[in-house]
Design a binder for this molecule. Structure first.
Ligand SMILES: *[C@@H]1O[C@H](CO)[C@@H](O)[C@H](O)[C@H]1NC(C)=O
Ligand SMILES: *[C@@H]1O[C@H](CO)[C@@H](O)[C@H](O)[C@H]1NC(C)=O
Ligand SMILES: *[C@@H]1O[C@H](CO)[C@@H](O)[C@H](O)[C@H]1NC(C)=O
Length: 894
C-alpha cells in the first residue's frame, strides 16, 4: 500500500507567523503562558529543519509518513489553539476600546482601570486553556523525540520543494489550445456517424453515439470539439451539454436538460411532468445532447430517461462519453466509438506546446531526449500529457526535467485507486502553498462545477492565504493561486457554464487521495469508510450535497468529528424550489462544532438560528444566502474573525445585528437582493477592510449617514446607496469620498420615490454633484433623483469604461444629461422621467469634426414611460446619414 503524501510545510509556515504575532505574545505574557509559546516556537523550528527531508522520504518510508501524519494532526490542533488565543486577545482589545470610548463619554473611569482581568469568563478561559496548552506541549515534545529516531537530515533552507528557483509562470491561455492534437481523425469519424445533412426522413430514431475509452484519454475533449464545431452548430436547432455524475437520477437529469435548453428553472412535481415539458421543447426540433461521463448500466433507467427524445426531428443525436463498454451497449444505436490512446507524436506535441510553446522538441536540443522519454511515460493519455506539459513549463533547466523523468513516483506499486503517476508527479511538484489549496478541493464531488470567487473566499477562510508578506489583498493572492492551478491543468473550465471550473475525475481522485483523512465528503461512500471515530477525529474539512429534506441522521458522522473546520452544503442541482434542514442541526450539532471556520446554510429554508452561533469563535465564512430569517441572533456580531458574511437574496431579512460594526475583520458583506432590509446599524463605517458591501441604506432619523463610507476605501464591485434624499449636508457627501473608491465599478444611487415636501431640489443637486465616482465605473443606475438637472460629471468622456446606464424616475429633471460622448456606453435605459419634454441635441452632445459620432458604442437604447415627452429632435428619424452619425452601433431601440 502506498502512503498518502502529507502536505505540511505551508501549515507550519502559518504557525510560525502566528507564534510571532505581537498581540498574541502580549496576551501570553499577561496570562503567564509566554514560556509555552516560546517552547513551541523553538521545538517547531527543530521540526521544520527536517521537514524537507521528511516530505521527500515519506513516499517510501512508512515510519516517516506516520510521523508526518501525527505532525499534521498536531499542527492543526496547535493552529486552533493559537487562533483561540488570538481571538481572545482581539476580543479583549475590542472590549477595552469600547470601554474607553464609553468612559470617555461619561468621563468617569480613567482608561487604565478598565482592563477586565477578573471577570468569570476570563477565569474559565484561562483554566480550560492551560490544560489544552499542556497537552499540546507534551505532544510536540513526543514528536521531537520520535524525530530523532527517524534519522532525518537537516536541509538548509527547509524543504527543497518550496524553492524551485526562477519559475516560468504558467499562462492560462495556453490551456485551451492544448489537447487538440491527434484527434482530427476521431472527430471526422464522429461527424461521419452523425451524418450531418444527409438525413433520411424515415429515420426517426435518435442516434446515440457512445465514445468509449479509459479515463484521461480525452473523451470529453473530443466531445467538446464535436459540440463546438461550426458545422455542427449550424446543423442543430437545440444543443445542450449535460454532465452526468455518479448518480444517474432520471428525474434530475431531465430537469437539468430542460433547464439547459429552456434557460428557465421550473419546479416539476414528478418525472412525468418534467418529461411532458421537455417533449414540448424537443418536439420536431433537431437536437444534440452530450451526456458527459455516464456510468449507469441499468437499461431500465436509460429507457425511461430517453422517452422524450423520440419526438425530436430526424437526425437528432446524443453523444455519450463513458469509460464503460457496458454502458455504451445499453445506450447506443450505432457502434461504439472506441477512443484509442494517442500516438507518441501527438503526445509530444501536447507536451512541447505546453512546456515550451513549440510544436515539438526540435528547436530545443537540450530538452529533446529527456522530453521524448517523458512523452513515453504518458502512455498515450492526453490528461497525463497536459499535466506533465504544464508541470514542465515551470521547470527551466534540463536537469530539472531529468529529475522529473527519474522520479521515484513513476515506479510506485499500483494500488487500488490507481492514481496516474503523471498526476502524482504534478502534485508532488506543486509549491507547498498550492498543495493544501489543491487537496482542499477534494471536498467537491466529482464533476462539481465550482465558482472561482467562492473558492477563493473559502481558501481565505481556512487560513490558506497569507496577508503579511504580500502587499496584495488576500483575495488577489487567491486568484493568482487559482490561475496557477488552472495553468497546471489541475482545474479546467466548465463546458456548460461560463466562469465555472471543475476537476477531471482522475484529478479529483488524486485530490481525495492526497487529502487523506483531512477532508471528507458526507455521501454514502465516505459514510461507510469513515465510520471509525479515529478517522473522524482527524477530519478537518467536509462538504455534502444539499438534499431537499435533510434529517438529523444524515449528519451523524459530524457528531464524532469535533475538529471539523468546514460545514459546507453544495448545491449540485438548483432545480428544486425548497430545501429543508432539520432544526436539530443548528440547535444540537452546531454547538459541538466549535472549531468551524466555514459554515453555510445557504439555500435551506431556515428561519432562525440559535444564539449559540456566537460561540463559533473561529468562524471566518458564514453563508446564509437564500435563507428565510427576518433577523439574526445578536451574538453574530461577536464573531470577530468573520471575513465573509453572505446574506444574498435573504428576502425576508429586515435587520442586521446592532453591533455589526464590531466585526472588524469583515471583508465581504453580501446583502444584495435583501429588499426588506431598510435600515442598517451604525458602525458599518468602522469596517475598513470591507471590499464587498452590496448596499448601504441611509437613514435620517436613526442616523446612518453617507459619510460612513469615508474609510471604506477598499470597496470593490457593486455598491447601492439607498436613501440619498436623507442626506441633508453636502459636507457628508464630500466626506463619503466616492472618487477615491477606485475599485467600485457598479454604482446604484437611489433617492426616495416619494417626491413630497421634504425633498430639497437644490441640496439633492449639490449632493449628487459631489458624489462623483471614480472613472473606473462600468455601470451606473440613478433612481428617483429629485434635482432639476444632472451633475455635469455624468456623461463626461473621462468615464471611458462606463457601459451601462439607467436613469429612472427622476421626475423633477427637465432635461437629460449629455451622454453622447461616453465612448463605451453600450446600454442606455431612460424611464419615467416625467419632467422631460423634449429629447434633443443635448442628449447627444455636440457633434464636431473631432467627435465624429455620438453614442459610438450604443447597442441598446430604451425609452419608457416618458409621460411628458412631446418632441424628439435628435434628427434620428428623418436623415439616414445622421442616424449613422448619432447611433452608429445601435441594434435595438426599445
Ligand atoms: C453562498 O452559497 C451559495 C450557494 O452555495 C453560493 O452560490 C454563493 O456563491 C455563496 N456565497 C459566497 C459569498 O461564497
Ligand atoms: C444513500 O443511501 C440511501 C439508503 O442507503 C439511498 O436511499 C440513497 O439514495 C443513497 N444516496 C446516494 C446519493 O447514493
Ligand atoms: C438636425 O437637423 C437640422 C437640419 O436638418 C440641423 O440644423 C441640426 O443641427 C441637426 N441637429 C443635430 C443634432 O444633428
Amino acid at each position: 500500500m502506498v502512503v498518502t503524501e502529507i502536505f505540511i510545510s505551508a501549515l507550519v509556515t502559518v504557525l510560525f507567523e502566528k507564534l510571532a504575532s505581537g498581540e498574541l505574545l502580549n496576551l501570553a505574557r499577561r496570562q503567564g503562558i509566554y514560556s509555552h509559546i516560546e517552547t513551541w516556537s523553538l521545538t517547531l523550528e527543530k521540526v521544520e529543519a527536517v521537514l524537507g527531508d521528511a516530505e521527500e522520504k515519506q513516499i517510501t518510508d512508512k515510519p516517516v509518513n506516520k510521523w508526518l501524519e501525527q505532525l499534521q494532526d498536531l499542527a492543526y490542533d496547535l493552529d486552533d489553539i493559537l487562533d483561540e488565543l488570538a481571538t481572545e486577545a482581539l476580543s479583549r482589545k475590542l472590549m477595552q476600546e469600547s470601554q474607553i470610548s464609553t468612559s470617555k463619554l461619561r468621563r468617569l473611569v480613567p482608561a487604565c482601570c478598565t482592563t477586565s482581568n477578573f471577570s468569570p469568563r476570563v477565569v474559565k478561559f484561562d483554566f480550560k486553556m492551560k490544560s489544552k496548552i499542556d497537552s499540546i506541549t507534551t505532544r510536540l515534545q513526543d514528536l521531537v523525540k520520535q524525530k530523532n529516531e527517524l534519522s532525518l537530515s537537516v536541509h538548509v533552507g527547509g524543504s527543497s520543494l518550496k524553492r524551485t528557483g526562477h519559475e516560468r509562470l504558467p499562462t492560462t491561455s495556453l490551456v485551451d489550445e492544448s489537447g487538440v492534437y491527434g484527434r482530427e481523425e476521431d472527430k471526422r469519424a464522429i461527424l461521419d456517424q452523425m451524418s450531418l445533412g444527409a438525413v433520411q426522413h424515415s429515420d426517426r430514431k435518435v442516434r446515440v453515439i457512445a465514445i468509449v475509452g479509459m479515463g484521461g484519454i480525452g473523451k470529453t475533449t473530443l466531445a467538446q470539439q464535436v459540440y463546438n464545431d461550426e458545422k455542427v452548430k449550424s446543423c442543430f436547432d437545440l444543443k445542450a451539454w449535460v454532465c452526468i455524475s455518479d448518480v444517474f437520477d432520471e428525474f434530475l437529469i431531465t430537469k437539468i436538460i430542460f433547464e439547459a435548453l429552456s434557460a428557465e428553472s421550473r419546479d416539476f412535481k414528478d418525472l412525468n411532468m418534467a418529461q411532458v415539458k421537455l417533449q414540448e421543447i424537443l418536439s420536431n426540433k433537431k437536437f444534440l445532447l452530450v451526456f458527459d461521463d455516464v456510468w449507469n448500466e441499468n437499461y431500465g433507467k436509460w429507457d425511461l430517461l430517453s422517452r422524450p427524445f423520440h419526438v425530436g426531428a430526424p437526425g437528432s443525436t446524443i453523444i455519450a462519453t463513458t469509460r464503460n463498454v457496458g454502458v455504451a451497449s445499453i445506450m447506443r444505436s450505432v457502434p461504439d466509438y472506441h477512443l484509442e490512446r494517442l500516438e507518441d507524436e501527438d503526445i509530444c506535441s501536447i507536451v512541447a506546446q505546453l512546456a515550451l510553446g513549440t510544436h515539438d522538441f526540435e528547436a530545443h536540443p537540450d530538452f529533446k531526449q529527456i522530453g521524448e522519454a517523458i512523452v513515453e511515460k504518458c502512455k498515450g493519455l492526453s490528461l497525463a500529457a497536459k499535466t506533465l506539459g504544464s508541470l514542465l513549463r515551470t521547470k527551466v533547466s534540463p536537469n530539472e526535467w531529468k529529475d522529473i523523468l527519474n522520479s521515484k513516483l513513476w515506479d510506485l506499486p499500483k494500488q487500488s485507486n490507481d492514481i496516474l503517476p503523471a498526476l502524482r508527479l504534478s502534485y508532488h511538484h506543486l509549491p507547498s502553498h498550492l498543495k493544501c489549496l489543491f487537496a482542499y478541493c477534494s471536498i467537491f464531488p466529482k464533476d462539481y462545477e465550482f465558482d472561482k470567487y467562492e473558492l477563493v473566499l473559502l481558501w481565505m477562510a481556512e487560513g490558506f492565504l497569507k496577508q503579511s508578506e504580500n502587499p496584495k489583498e488576500m483575495e488577489d493572492v487567491g486568484f493568482c493561486y487559482f490561475d496557477e492551478l488552472l495553468g497546471r491543468s489541475l482545474f479546467q473550465c466548465s463546458s456548460s457554464r461560463q466562469s465555472r471550473f471543475l476537476m477531471h475525475d482522475l484529478v479529483n481522485d488524486l485530490a481525495q487521495h492526497v487529502a487523506g483523512r483531512i477532508c471528507f465528503r458526507l455521501d454514502n461512500k465516505t459514510e461507510s469508510n469513515m465510520r471509525h471515530s479515529v478517522f473522524l477525529q482527524k477530519a478537518r474539512h467536509s462538504s455534502f450535497v444539499r438534499h431537499e429534506y435533510e434529517v438529523f441522521q444524515r449528519f451523524e458522522a459530524f457528531n464524532r468529528a469535533p475538529n471539523l473546520r468546514t460545514f459546507l452544503p453544495l448545491p449540485v442541482c438548483q432545480t428544486s424550489q425548497g430545501f429543508y434542514l432539520t432544526k436539530q442541526v443548528s440547535s444540537d450539532l452546531l454547538p459541538q462544532l466549535l472549531r468551524l471556520r466555514v459554515l453555510s446554510f445557504s439555500g435551506y429554508s431556515i428561519c432562525e438560528l440559535p444564539n449559540s452561533i456566537g460561540n463559533l469563535k473561529h468562524l471566518r465564512y458564514l453563508n446564509l444566502s437564500d435563507t428565510r430569517g427576518k433577523e439574526l441572533p445578536e451574538s453574530v456580531s461577536e464573531l470577530y474573525n468573520l471575513q465573509t458574511f453572505a446574506l444574498r437574496c435573504c428576502k425576508q431579512l429586515a435587520k442586521l445585528p446592532k453591533n455589526t460594526g464590531n466585526l472588524i475583520n469583515l471583508r465581504h458583506l453580501d446583502i444584495a437582493g435583501t429588499s426588506q432590509l431598510k435600515e442598517m446599524p451604525l458602525g458599518i463605517g468602522k469596517l475598513t477592510s470591507l471590499q464587498t458591501l452590496s448596499k448601504i441604506v441611509l437613514d435620517r432619523s436613526r442616523g446612518l449617514r453617507v459619510n460612513e463610507l469615508r474609510g471604506l476605501s477598499n470597496l470593490r464591485g457593486a455598491l447601492s446607496i439607498i436613501g440619498l434624499h436623507s442626506v441633508m449636508k453636502v459636507q457628508d457627501a464630500v466626506e463619503a469620498n466616492l472618487l477615491r473608491k477606485q475599485g467600485l465599478d457598479e454604482l446604484e444611487m437611489e433617492w426616495s420615490t416619494g417626491f413630497d415636501g421634504f425633498r430639497n431640489k437644490r441640496t439633492e443637486k449639490e449632493v449628487f454633484d459631489v458624489l462623483k465616482p471614480s472613472t473606473n465605473l462600468r455601470a451606473l443606475k440613478v433612481e428617483s433623483y429629485g434635482g432639476i438637472e444632472f451633475p455635469s460629471w455624468l456623461g463626461d468622456p473621462s468615464f471611458s469604461s462606463l457601459a451601462c446606464m439607467t436613469l429612472r424616475g427622476c421626475k423633477e429633471c427637465i432635461s437629460l444629461p449629455s451622454l453622447g460622448h461616453l465612448p463605451s456606453l453600450k446600454e442606455l435605459r431612460i424611464k419615467g422621467m416625467d419632467g422631460v419634454k423634449n429629447v434633443g441635441a443635448e442628449l447627444c452632445g455636440i457633434i464636431s469634426p473631432q467627435v465624429k459620432a455620438a453614442f459610438p458604442a450604443l447597442t441598446i437604447l430604451e425609452f419608457d414611460n416618458m409621460v411628458g415627452l412631446v418632441e424628439w429632435s435628435t434628427n434620428l428619424s428623418n436623415d439616414v446619414e445622421n442616424v449613422r452619425q448619432v447611433f452608429p452601433s445601435l441594434a435595438s431601440l426599445g
